[in-house]
Design a protein around this ligand. Structure first.
Ligand code: TXA
Ligand code: MG
Length: 358
């Protein structure tokens, strides 16, 4: 059975020099040291943190999230000195990346130090490490005095949380507390990069783009599994669906005219079947969709010309469809360049392979 507890909420502004704020961070850090789990904001999404050096503490993360135990966690550090607690070796190319992108949304896969709890890496000899670009997150880690293992603070399979309200919607009563520091910044998670491979390989696209990495590294590989997933709808139940809203989500990609036609067809047949329908569209087309009156809820998600805004708004939009109990959602694909690679990766996962290329 899940253990129910009172979840504490600390309201903290992103000003760690303020005394009142700092007292709250100290309180949260104390709970981390005592082996509890605490959610906190980062510049990407909210994380669910526990002492990365304690198997018992980390176990509580998996329990609270309902996360499969074979999925490893990212370890968060506050400064470069903590890195030696986590990684036993730092390749040259990793040094250059840290120099350029830390603190920031880049997770590096490095050889694991023995101190890190087995549970964090699910038994792997490599560990994902990042230094978040968020004052509150770093102050929490510093005060706790230990590296903090943290996945996104959602129930497993749900969209990642970009506000404390999202965290509570999923985890109230299941975790010791949440530091409410307002909205997360980037909105999609960090890029996961395996720097033990030559050339370095992107395992998950995220806040630092492939183009940015290439500026430092020259050559960057992308895990072939990522591309295959985009081409081939997966059979339901074969793999976990991530980031998914409760309604059935379809993503339509291709020439604008053809995309529009197909989206209309899908919406019309869903409406005929009596389903509550939704559309996710960028600023460029959202007004057109609103004028069609072909869907019950039309949500704007950033713009094709402003992918940062799309990344920031994506998860909140997916959660909003749930709040409105939309049963059938059709999303227009975003361009796949820059941050678009991360956005499309999340949308495709959320759709569980229901991608249509026209
Ligand atoms: O932005 C982020 O990365 C957020 C914030 C909270 O920092 N965290 C996050 O964690 O997204 P999570 O657990 O939702 O995703 C971690 C990803 C998973 O895809 C996991 O498989 C991969 O990183 N990962 C972690 N450690 C790994 C390892 N040792 N080898 C390969 N992949 C790893
Ligand atoms: Mg996650």
């Amino acid at each position: 059975m899940d253990d129910q507890k009172q979840t504490k909420v600390w309201h903290v502004e992103n000003d760690v020099d303020d005394e009142k704020n700092y007292a709250q961070i100290v309180d949260a850090a104390r709970l981390i040291r005592q082996g509890e789990v605490v959610a906190f904001p980062t510049e990407t999404v909210y994380g669910l943190g526990a002492n990365a050096l304690s198997d018992q503490a980390v176990e509580k993360i998996f329990r609270a999230k309902g996360r499969p135990s074979d999925n490893p966690l990212i370890v968060h550090i506050s400064d470069r000195e903590q890195l030696s607690m986590v990684a036993r070796d730092v390749p040259k190319q990793a040094e250059r990346l840290m120099e350029r992108f830390w603190p920031g949304p880049l997770t590096l896969i490095l050889p694991k130090q023995a101190l890190v709890a087995e549970r964090v890496t699910a038994g792997l000899d490599a560990v994902g490490v990042r230094m978040p670009d968020h004052q509150l997150a770093r102050a929490l880690i510093r005060e706790a005095g230990v590296p903090i293992a943290a996945p996104s603070a959602n129930r497993s399979g749900r969209p990642s949380p970009t506000t404390a309200k999202h965290v509570l919607a999923d985890l109230d009563g299941r975790i010791a507390g949440v530091l409410d520091g307002g909205s997360a910044g980037v909105g999609v998670e960090s890029t996961v990069l395996d720097v033990t491979a030559q050339p370095a390989m992107i395992l998950r696209p995220g806040g630092i783009t492939r183009e940015q990495l290439a500026e430092v590294l020259g050559e960057v590989a992308v895990d072939p599994a990522l591309a295959r997933e985009a081409e081939q709808p997966r059979s339901p139940g074969m793999k976990y669906t991530h980031y998914a809203p409760q309604g059935e989500l379809w993503v339509v990609d291709g020439e604008p005219e053809a995309v529009r036609e197909r989206m209309l067809e899908l919406l019309n047949s869903a409406s005929r079947a009596g389903l509550k329908t939704g559309v996710l569209a960028p600023a460029e087309t959202v007004h057109w969709w609103q004028q069609q009156h072909c869907a019950d809820l039309v949500l704007r998600c950033g713009a094709n010309s402003d992918l940062s805004a799309a990344a920031r708004e994506l998860y909140a939009c997916l959660r909003r469809f749930d709040e409105e109990q939309v049963a059938y959602i059709v999303a227009q694909a975003f361009p796949r360049t820059g941050l678009g690679a991360a956005i499309m990766n999340r949308l495709e996962k959320a759709a569980g392979g229901r991608i249509i290329c026209v």
